[in-house]
Write a protein that binds this ligand. Structure first.
Ligand SMILES: [Zn+2]
Length: 100
């Protein structure tokens, strides 16, 4: 499984108070600049969620593959992303990786 996104972990940074939040990749380069367009509390929560994305994805894939080493509820054992029509975790992984 090829992960094309910027290396993690991602961190957040503001260049000045009330300025846009910059999400930095594990290599220290900017990944995205987030401008506030919503309620401030919701905006901060959204930025934190986005900045955790690489770690969430890695942990989801690892957890998925441990869980699905065996068949469950009529769905055969499989690897992350292989059964998006039957497995909710696979559907999210396929969405995050832009797999078809
Ligand atoms: Zn699955």
């Amino acid at each position: 499984m090829e992960l094309k996104h910027s290396p993690g972990p991602w961190e957040t940074k503001r260049e000045y108070s009330h300025g846009p939040v910059i999400i930095l990749g594990g290599d220290g380069k900017p990944v995205v600049v987030c401008r506030e367009k919503r309620d401030p509390e919701e905006y901060e929560a959204n930025v934190l969620l986005m900045s955790a994305a690489p770690e969430l994805l890695s942990e989801l894939i690892a957890s998925h593959d441990r869980e699905w080493m065996e068949d469950h509820e009529g769905i055969p054992a499989h690897m992350a992303g292989e059964r998006p029509d039957e497995c909710g975790a696979c559907a999210v992984i396929v969405k995050a990786l832009g797999m078809k």
